[in-house]
Design a binder for this molecule. Structure first.
Ligand code: G6P
Length: 613
């Protein structure tokens, strides 16, 4: 949430900042701003998208080779020009951009007001920069020291970058809880919330750790200290990211590109981890803990949003195949409800971004209680990947569309491999079935491609018919229940149509009251085990004049005669169903949103990476 970019060196900074903000816009997009140092400090900021900022600064002076930029997802104060970042200190010698929340900003603000400070915004961020300047002046400290003292006073999460008019050759930054990565060039530095604005300039980066303050200079120096003022040795990494991964590659939207990337991304998430002919699965990142996992009596999965849905698929897989009891929890609930976690317990955290604040906090809580925590993350080097004891990356590549698609199928693929490998070790799966599942898993990328090739036009047709509906219901049983949840989430996220996902049988305990001739009901009817039951559910919907859109296995003649529309997808083994049945639902949500004129990649009020709780 909130994108941060900064630069110090000899290049013209404004284009670097604007391009960087465009790359980071997925993190928040209700206002944007930049600050440039060129003798004086110039700050330009505007409510709206980065494109509105570009328009706003068109005729304004933009010189300077040090600057910072921010794209905001509002927490404190509505999204308007005033609340947009960067924010000035009282004497306007300092300016700051911030991602995160300063929780004790209110008492600090009161205190500062009493000392004669005036505030121009409703943000917590402005309080922080006033505090830093106040400490610097009153305690006669260097700026770096003042930042450290201030950060020791604040409660909350932050990634900040600060420019000082009086330090034209230095850029100051710090992080706690929100990500910050420094790109190292020759006598120049880049800083950003993630590596996407940096990649075209340098591949050498340092991910700042929590509680670290960095000062970089135009002369090429970088000094990192912790909040206790001890010098830290930076760990320089080489980025694997490629520029083309961050571009739309001919698709109208990132979301559509990412939906179509799934045959490759699913393949990438199993590549090198399984070998069907020899019947082996090897999860490299977990090798050290293999025995512990195999002996585990049960575990918790914590996640948010789409990742939580992947977690439910995981629960079904682990219980069905490996006979391990699993509890899936919203990370936000887990962290605050005093959960029972004992030393030696296992917790599995799932996160695309690896930065979700609630998931991160749930991990810290589990660690405090002595648990071993594994991560299933997409973003390499992310906070969650680093906070966990071990884990498996999903290798789906950068996901930029706010609505998660390929990350979900990659997460489910990794969870499938994990559950199968555990089942194999624990002897809860027959060898022949294990091998059959492996062979079928290998075929999934191709089957996803078939879904994309054969259903896209038909789904567009269905989308056109239902695009003006006000409500949607999604029903599924067994492995398709979490898919129903995910389908409904996709639709509401990007089209703003109210949608609910339900276990099909649960419909009669409430949602059935909503069904009339205006209610589209998407029924996932691919599983063999509950086939007759799902047919009864379709009948129940039809009896109330609901309009059934059924996702069925190829060649299903029975449901074809019952449902108003059927979307046929290839048959697969039941535990692998979600990897196929979710794809038509992603496409349906996408096309409906496009037809309604919605901003698919940047839906209102949402952000890709939710770094506030
Ligand atoms: C946000 C995103 C969702 C995502 C959720 C969890 O709400 O918009 O797409 O599923 O956060 O994020 P994570 O990065 O932890 O998977």
């Amino acid at each position: 949430m909130c994108g941060i970019v900064g630069y110090i060196g000899s290049r013209e900074v404004a284009p670097i900042l604007i391009k960087g903000l465009q790359r980071l816009e997925y993190r928040g997009y209700d206002s944007a701003g930049i600050a440039l140092l060129d003798g004086g400090l110039k700050v330009y900021k505007k409510a709206g998208k980065v494109s509105d900022l570009v328009q706003f600064i068109k005729d304004k002076p933009q010189q300077g080779n040090m600057g910072i930029g921010h794209t905001r997802w509002a927490t404190h104060g509505e999204p308007n020009d005033r609340n947009a970042h960067p924010h000035f200190s009282e004497k306007q010698t300092l300016t700051i951009i911030h991602n995160g929340i300063i929780e004790n900003y209110a008492p600090l603000k009161e205190e500062l007001k009493k000392r004669g400070h005036h505030f121009n915004s409703d943000t917590d961020t402005e309080v922080l920069i006033h505090l830093i300047e106040d400490i610097q002046e009153n305690e006669r400290l260097t700026l770096e020291e003042a930042i450290r003292v201030a950060l020791n006073e604040v409660v909350g999460a932050y990634a900040i970058v600060i420019i000082s008019k009086n330090h034209p050759d230095q850029l100051f930054m710090a992080r706690k809880g929100s990500p910050l990565v420094i790109g190292i060039g020759v006598n120049e530095f880049f800083v950003a919330s993630d590596a996407s604005p940096i990649i075209e300039y340098t591949k050498n980066v340092v991910y700042l750790n929590d509680g670290e303050i960095a000062v970089v200079s135009r002369q090429g120096d970088m000094v990192i200290r912790n909040l206790g003022n001890q010098v830290q040795t930076p760990y320089i990494q080489e980025l694997e990211l490629k520029l083309e991964m961050l571009e739309k590659g001919g698709y109208d939207h990132f979301m559509l590109k990412e939906i179509h990337e799934q045959p490759t991304s699913i393949y990438d998430s199993m590549r090198g981890r399984m070998h069907a002919p020899s019947g082996t699965i090897k999860m490299g990142g977990l090798l050290e803990y293999e025995q512990k996992i195999a002996n585990v009596r049960g575990f918790n999965i914590v996640a948010c949003g789409t990742s939580w849905h992947a977690g439910i698929v995981g629960e079904y897989l682990f219980e069905d195949l490996a006979r391990i009891p699993v509890e899936v929890e919203y990370a936000s609930e887990f962290r605050y409800r005093n959960p029972i976690v004992n030393t030696d317990d296992l917790v599995l955290a799932i996160s695309q971004s690896g930065e979700t604040a609630d998931t991160l906090a749930a991990i810290e809580l589990a660690k405090q209680k002595g648990a071993t925590v594994f991560g299933v993350c997409n973003v390499v080097g992310s906070s969650i990947a680093r906070a966990t004891h071990a884990g498996s990356y999903t290798h789906a590549g950068p996901e930029i569309g706010v609505a998660s698609t390929k990350a979900f199928t990659a997460q489910v693929t990794v969870l499938t491999l994990l559950a199968m490998s555990l089942a194999h070790k624990r002897g809860t799966i027959q060898e022949s079935y294990f091998r059959q599942l492996l062979v079928e898993l290998e075929r999934i990328p191709d089957k996803v491609k078939q879904v994309l090739d054969h259903t896209s036009d038909q789904i567009k047709f269905i989308a056109d018919i239902f695009k003006d509906s006000r409500n949607f219901l999604y029903l599924g049983r067994g492995y398709n229940f979490p898919v129903a949840l995910e389908g409904a989430l996709k639709l509401k996220e990007i089209s703003y149509i109210h949608a609910e996902g339900y276990p099909a049988a649960e419909m009669k305990h409430g949602p059935i009251a909503l069904i009339d001739e205006e209610m589209p009901v998407v029924v996932l009817a691919t599983n063999k085990s509950a086939y007759d039951k799902i047919i009864s559910n379709i009948q129940e919907v039809k009896a109330r004049k609901g309009r059934v859109i059924a996702v069925v296995s190829n060649g299903d003649e029975v449901i074809k005669n019952l449902a108003e529309f059927v979307i046929e997808i290839p048959e697969t083994e039941e535990p692998l169903t979600p990897l196929l049945s979710v794809v038509p639902l992603q496409l349906l949500a996408y096309h409906i949103a496009v037809m309604r004129g919605c901003n698919v990649d940047q839906p209102r009020n949402l952000a890709k990476s939710v770094t506030v709780e």
